[in-house]
Design a protein around this ligand. Structure first.
Ligand code: GSF
Length: 201
């Protein structure tokens, strides 16, 4: 298998953490989707990373589909509960974390447009989503040791990737101060090799 992606993408990081936690071998191939030279559309018509290329050349995207595939392929260290309400709740955590990344990336891209073309209203709209998700994550985590249930799961991986991305791209966002429980949770996750070895850069 090959994973196509970048060191900065939080969606790619989520997949890399899942691979590391499940001890699955996978070659990591860098592709800068923002470079005019990218050939990512040959693998994913949506032009996005991550893409997982299987040994028979089948391409799998997006990150939510990839992590589901990986989790079902290797039964050790299940990261998504197999059925029922538990499964749905973990996936809601993932949806929130991914959605926060979508909003943060939209802010970043809008902010990079030339003066006069960027919309402060659009940036503010996305910033409200980021703030609302942080507040919701903090409330739901409370004093619990894990985002969902009694063990580490995809919910923690998705939340950790999203918080790490905010810290990387928006260091001015004060989430660590505003939400000490999220800070503590991220610090705890960062003690794992899977998180340490995938820090955004
Ligand atoms: C999002 C992937 C994505 O936006 C997923 O895989 O979960 N829902 C998808 N990836 C970005 C890279 S990054 O900013 O993390 C991407 O490839 N963007 C290129 C584009 O043209 O939107």
């Amino acid at each position: 298998m090959k994973l196509i992606g970048s060191h900065s993408s939080p969606y790619v990081r989520k997949v890399r953490i899942v691979l590391a936690e499940k001890k699955m071998e996978c070659e990591f191939v860098l592709n800068d989707v923002w470079s005019p030279a990218t050939d990512i559309e040959l693998l994913n018509p949506l032009g996005k990373v991550p893409v997982l290329v299987l040994d028979d050349e089948t391409c799998i995207y997006d990150s939510r589909v990839i992590v589901e595939y990986l989790d079902s392929r290797a039964p050790i260290q299940r990261l998504i509960p197999e059925t029922g309400r538990e499964r749905t709740e973990v996936k809601v955590w993932e949806t929130l974390a991914d959605g926060m990344q979508d909003a943060a990336i939209a802010m970043l891209l809008e902010g990079r447009r030339p003066e006069g073309e960027k919309s402060q209203n659009w940036i503010a709209r996305q910033a409200r989503k980021v703030d609302a998700v942080l507040a919701s994550m903090s409330r739901s985590l409370g004093k619990n040791p894990w985002c969902y249930g009694r063990s580490f799961s995809l919910a923690d991986i998705a939340v950790g990737s999203a918080l790490g991305y905010l810290a990387f791209r928006f260091p001015e966002n004060n989430w660590q101060k505003t939400y000490p429980n999220l800070r503590g949770h991220y610090e705890k996750l960062m003690q794992r090799d899977s998180f340490k070895s995938t820090e955004p850069k």
